[in-house]
Write a protein that binds this ligand. Structure first.
Ligand code: MG
Length: 163
């Protein structure tokens, strides 16, 4: 068995209309924010990618996909996760379960949690009840609480495939 831990944070800026909305776990969440990032700024997929890479001791997302590389500009973060999962499978491991915490002051993520969980199950190829998505605010404190940032934590458990 292997365990991996991931964390990510991105700065938020105000964005209205069609520009507004954050990518969280591959789901577009409405609201007056945009994440400042070289890629799509999806903190959930970045934390999850790092957790998978951590579990197989394969470096971090910045090693694989530098934010100085032009080919990573605006890139869908699902591609980062897919590469981490490919490396995991090549190392002879499969995912057992995923647990995620998302930190965002507004909007409240309650209405989006099920969709994010469903999308993560799909991206990770996991059955129902193998992915958990929990949402927290910053209680009006710190960068999350002041709506200056969105953050996420992810933990994954891996098991050897094929005995
Ligand atoms: Mg990131």
């Amino acid at each position: 068995m292997r365990v991996g831990l991931g964390y990510d944070l991105h700065r938020l800026e105000k964005a209205d209309g069609a520009d507004g909305g954050l990518w969280l776990g591959g789901v577009r969440v409405g609201g007056p924010w945009r994440a400042l990032a070289h890629s799509d700024g999806d903190v959930v997929l970045h934390a999850l990618t790092d957790a998978v890479l951590g579990a197989i001791s394969a470096g971090d997302i910045g090693d694989l996909f530098p934010d100085t590389a032009e080919e990573n500009r605006g890139r869908a973060s699902s591609e980062f996760l897919a590469e981490a999962l490919r490396r995991m499978a090549a190392d002879g491991f499969g995912l057992v379960n995923i647990d995620v915490n998302i930190f965002l002051q507004t909007p409240k993520l309650g209405p989006f949690k099920a969709a994010i969980r469903d999308r993560l199950e799909e991206l990770a190829g996991l059955a129902a009840r193998r992915v958990s998505v929990k949402a927290k605010t910053g209680e009006g404190l710190d960068a999350v609480g002041r709506s200056e940032a969105v953050a996420a934590q992810a933990v994954v458990l891996l098991a050897r495939t094929g005995g």
